[in-house]
Design a protein around this ligand. Structure first.
Ligand SMILES: [Ca+2]
Ligand SMILES: [Ca+2]
Ligand SMILES: [Ca+2]
Length: 138
């Protein structure tokens, strides 16, 4: 029974946005911690509260084909997203990181073929200007 309850999703229709969503309570504390937004029966967005503090710290968007198109994470769980992933046709093409958690991205990592680093740009003194560029040939 416990297993059943854990896996059971409560189906809710959000009236405000008219976007059907599935909500789940993975740790069974009575508060939702996973939200699935659906379009035509497919999950288009997943939001997760991984540390169960009531704030979303993971957001994933999916294409019609079910491929990840975008992700963002709040790695230090301060309520602000600080790590962003951009995908093209299911392949990671760019990662943007706010390494000092001041809500401004300061590292940009460009990739090719989803896994190889092509270039890293960095704002090492956090003044908003890129001051370090490392390029890696294919
Ligand atoms: Ca959280
Ligand atoms: Ca954060
Ligand atoms: Ca920053």
């Amino acid at each position: 029974m416990k297993f059943l309850l854990t896996c059971l999703f409560i189906f809710l229709i959000s009236e405000a946005e008219a976007v059907p969503s599935l909500i789940s309570d993975a740790n069974e504390d009575g508060f939702p911690d996973q939200w699935y937004e659906l379009t035509d029966g497919r999950v288009t967005t997943l939001k997760v509260d991984r540390d169960y503090d009531g704030r979303i710290d993971c957001l994933v968007k999916y294409s019609k084909m079910g491929k990840v198109t975008y992700e963002e994470y709040d790695y230090n769980y301060d309520g602000m997203m600080d790590d962003y992933y951009f995908y093209d046709d299911g392949r990671l093409i760019r990662e943007e990181i706010d390494t000092n958690f001041d809500e401004k991205v300061d590292v940009w990592v460009y990739l090719f073929e989803g896994i190889y680093i092509e270039k890293i740009e960095q704002d090492s003194d956090f003044d908003g200007q890129i001051d370090l560029v490392q390029e890696y040939g294919p």
